[in-house]
Design a protein around this ligand. Sequence first.
Ligand code: ATP
Ligand code: MG
Length: 321
Amino acid sequence: MAMPTPQAPSLLLRGLHKTFAEVVAVNGLDLEVTPGECFGLLGPNGAGKTTTIEICEGLTTPDSGDVELLGLNWRTNAEELRQRIGLQLQETQLSEKLTVEETLRLFRSFFRRGITVEDSIKTAQLEEKRSARVGTLSGGQKQRLAMACALVGDPELLFLDEPTTGLDPQARRNLWDLLDRLKQEGRTIILTTHYMDEAERLCDRVAIMDHGRIIALDTPPRLIASVGGEHIVEFAATSHNKGANGAAAVDPALLTAIEGVESHRLTAGTHQLSVRELHTAVPKIFSVLASQGLHLDEFRTHSATLEDVFVALTGRNLRDE
Ligand SMILES: Nc1ncnc2c1ncn2[C@@H]1O[C@H](COP(=O)(O)OP(=O)(O)OP(=O)(O)O)[C@@H](O)[C@H]1O
Ligand SMILES: [Mg+2]
């Protein structure tokens, strides 16, 4: 009796490289995304997220490496792949002269099967704009139309490059709800984002990219746990004695010796500690600073986020400052 064949991964990347002139955009990338997963690519500007996703979408040819989607590849199965995937580019150029409805009708015509134009308008909450020309839409409305175009072919695999950039907070939450529904329907979603909360909220697993490589890959809770403490304490201190302007010297060894303090980092005059037990560690941090004759200028705590994971891995911030 034949064994049931295991389902092919939704996406399989092996040894992917892409260089533009002198810029190495993707530098040896391996990745496997399983069916039904919502997978996030996270990284600073220029990390190679769009290049990676556009290679997956068959829009950019890699210099080397293998790309498989749904067990198929772009060399021999391009026609079938186009029918089964949906994509939203980081910037979509739609024809300005067409109306919302005409645009969706056009996109619907590319697919053998899919949802109705009416349903796609509803999904993107563009009912009031159905007869408006694309050129008159706001940035967020254009973004939602691009999302509707990605969904009109009822894709089983969806690529979204920064789907919520430029959306207002309410539209962002609506899009999160929509992505939840798409996940529940069993679709695989691969998205890029700069928003940590978005990645934490939506993604089953996240790959953190930097300089064309994946530097960490796991579920958001496990990535955050890898920082060592659940809390981040940040402070800036000046010395009483010197009345010095700027960061006062604190011996990091005194801080890391405190029970519950897992690590210390000093960036641009701000001390950052990752801490396990906030309520017991904080009073001890205060007393160490007092014993050194230091005065606190700033003191903040927050729960560790994916941003802190990036900082811990690279010593840099994920977002441009
Ligand atoms: N067509 C191109 N020609 C030349 N360089 C390119 C091209 N596309 C991308 N690059 C370069 O490749 C690197 C990766 O770019 P990519 O767009 O993949 O980054 P990203 O992670 O999507 O960044 P962002 O968060 O800003 O969207 C950058 O240094 C970029 O300048
Ligand atoms: Mg990009």
